[in-house]
Design a protein around this ligand. Structure first.
Ligand code: NAP
Ligand code: MG
Length: 404
C-alpha cells in the first residue's frame, strides 16, 4: 500500500514516562505503516527541558503558531520530588501552561464514547465537550486573611489618576478577602475560540455564568459573548443550523444532566475546572478523554487529558508489559492528522484519521480492551484484557483491512 503523503509538517511534542512509551508504540504500529509522516519534532521530555533550560517548550509553542497544528504527549509538571528525581536546576513551569500562554487558547475536552461502556447519566448519547476559559478569576486572585475588625474596600486607580472606591465589607471580626480579575481581551479570545470550535465541529454552543448575582463581572462575559456572536458568528451558525444558547449556570447544570449530549458547554475558569472532572468521570475513564487547545487565530494543539501514568511506568521499568490505555493519545494523533489533512486539502489523510478512530472503537466494541476499561464493560462479547501493544496490533489489523 502506498503511504499517504503530507505537505506541511505536524509539530510533534514528545513527553514523559508511560505516555512516552505509548507515543512510540502508536507511531510504530498504527501511523508509520500508513502515513509518510512529516513532523517537526520537539522533545518536551523533562530531561531535554532541563538540558535546554526549557527553551524547547517555547520553541515548540512557536512552531505550533507557525504551522498551525501540533500533537503533544503528556509531560511531567515538576514538583519538589521531581526536582530530586531528575536532578533539575529549577522547578520548570508546566509545559501546558507555557504553551497556553503563548497560543492564548481555550481547552476543549471531549470523551471518546464506545458501545458497551455507558455513561453514568443514562440520557447521554453523544459526547459533551467542555470548553474551559484558562485565564484569570480565582486562579490569579489576590487574597488576604483578615485578622480582625476593619474596613475592606475595592479601589481602582486609573492610568489618568481617577479613583474608583467601594466598600466591600465593614468587618467586625476576622474573615477572608479575595480580589479577582479578568480582561476583556481574554474573554473575547475565549468567546472566539468557542464560536470557531462550534463551527468546526458543527455543534451547538452553550455558555453559562452567574450573571444574575455578579451583575458586572459575570455580566461582562455574557455581553462580550453576545456582541461577538452577533457581529461575527450569527450568520455562520444559522447557515450550519447550529445554535448559540446562553443560560444561568444553575439552569445549565440541570439541562446538561437531562440532555442527550452532543454540544459544547463553555465554562468560566473555575466552572470548567470542576465540571470537566465531573463530566469526564460520568462518561467513564480519564484514559478516554481527549483534549485540544484552540487559539482564537486558528492554531490547534491536540493531546490526551490524562498525565504520564507514572504508576504504570514504574511497572514498565521493571520489565512488565503494561495494559495502559492509549486511546486518548491515539485520538490526539488522529485529531491532529485530520486537521492537517483538512487545512492542506489532503482528503486521504482525513479519511485515514477517521478510519484509525473507527478501528479503535471497533476493537473495544469487539471486547478487546485495556485493563482500565474491563471493570466498566457491559458489552455482549466477553471483555479480553490485553497489553497496550496487543491492543494497538488489534487496531492495526482492523485498519489494514479498512484501508486495503
Ligand atoms: P495520570 O498520569 O493521569 O494518572 C492517574 C491515574 O489514572 C493512573 O495512575 C491510572 O490509574 C489512571 N490513568 C490515567 N491515564 C491512564 C491510561 N491512559 N490508562 C490507564 N490508566 C490511566 O495523573 P497523575 O498520576 O496525577 O500524574 C502523573 C504525572 O503526569 C505528573 O507528573 C503530572 O505532572 C503529569 N500530568 C501531565 C498532564 C499533561 O501533560 N497534560 C496532565 C496531568 C498530569 P491506576 O494507576 O489506578 O491504573
Ligand atoms: Mg481540575
Amino acid at each position: 500500500m502506498e503511504k499517504i503523503k503530507m505537505t506541511t509538517p505536524l509539530v510533534e511534542m514528545d513527553g514523559d514516562e508511560m505516555t512516552r512509551i505509548l507515543w512510540q508504540q502508536i507511531k510504530d504500529e498504527v501511523i508509520l505503516p500508513f502515513v509518510d509522516l512529516n513532523t517537526e519534532y520537539y522533545d518536551l521530555g523533562l530531561v531535554h527541558r532541563e538540558e535546554t533550560k526549557d527553551q524547547v517548550t517555547v520553541d515548540a509553542a512557536n512552531a505550533n503558531k507557525k504551522y498551525g497544528v501540533a500533537v503533544k504527549c503528556a509531560t511531567i509538571t515538576p514538583n519538589a520530588q521531581r526536582v530530586q528525581e531528575y536532578n533539575l536546576t529549577q522547578m520548570w513551569k508546566s509545559p501546558n501552561g507555557t504553551i497556553r500562554a503563548i497560543l492564548d487558547g481555550t481547552v476543549f475536552r471531549a470523551p471518546v464514547m464506545v458501545k458497551g461502556i455507558s455513561p453514568v447519566v443514562r440520557t447521554w448519547q453523544q459526547p459533551i465537550t467542555i470548553a474551559r476559559h484558562a485565564f484569570g478569576d480565582v486562579y490569579r486572585a489576590a487574597e488576604y486573611r483578615v485578622p480582625g475588625a476593619g474596613k475592606a474596600e475595592l479601589v481602582f486607580t486609573g492610568a489618568d489618576g481617577s479613583v474608583f472606591r467601594e466598600t466591600i465589607n465593614d468587618f467586625d471580626g476576622p474573615g477572608v478577602l479575595q480580589g479577582q480579575f479578568n480582561k476583556d481581551s481574554s474573554i473575547a479570545s475565549f468567546a472566539r475560540s468557542c464560536f470557531q470550535f462550534a463551527v468546526d465541529t458543527k455543534q451547538d454552543l452553550w455558555f453559562s455564568t452567574k450573571d444574575t448575582i455578579s451583575k458586572k463581572y459575570d455580566h461582562t462575559f455574557k455581553d462580550i459573548f453576545q456582541e461577538i456572536y452577533d457581529a461575527e458568528y450569527k450568520e455562520k451558525f444559522e447557515a450550519l443550523g447550529i445554535e448559540y444558547f446562553y443560560t444561568l449556570i444553575d439552569d445549565a447544570v440541570a439541562r446538561v444532566i437531562r440532555s442527550k449530549g452532543g454540544f459544547i458547554w463553555a465554562c468560566k475558569n473555575y466552572d470548567g475546572d470542576v465540571m470537566s472532572d465531573m463530566v469526564s468521570t460520568a462518561f467513564g475513564s480519564l484514559a478516554m478523554m481527549t483534549s485540544v487547545l484552540v487559539s482564537p487565530d486558528g492554531n490547534y494543539e491536540y493531546e490526551a487529558a490524562h498525565g504520564t501514568v507514572t504508576r504504570h511506568y514504574y511497572k514498565y521499568l521493571k520489565g512488565e508489559e503494561t495494559s495502559t490505555n492509549p486511546v486518548a493519545t491515539l485520538f490526539a494523533w488522529s485529531g491532529a492528522l485530520r486537521k492537517r489533512g483538512e487545512l492542506d486539502g489532503i482528503d486521504a489523510l482525513a479519511r485515514y484519521a477517521d478510519a484509525l478512530e473507527k478501528a479503535t472503537i471497533d476493537t473495544i466494541e469487539s471486547g478487546v480492551m485495556t485493563g482500565d476499561l474491563c471493570g466498566m464493560w457491559e458489552g455482549e462479547a466477553p471483555a479480553r484484557k490485553v497489553t497496550s501493544l496487543e491492543f494497538l496490533r488489534e487496531i492495526r489489523a482492523r485498519l489494514e483491512q479498512a484501508l486495503a
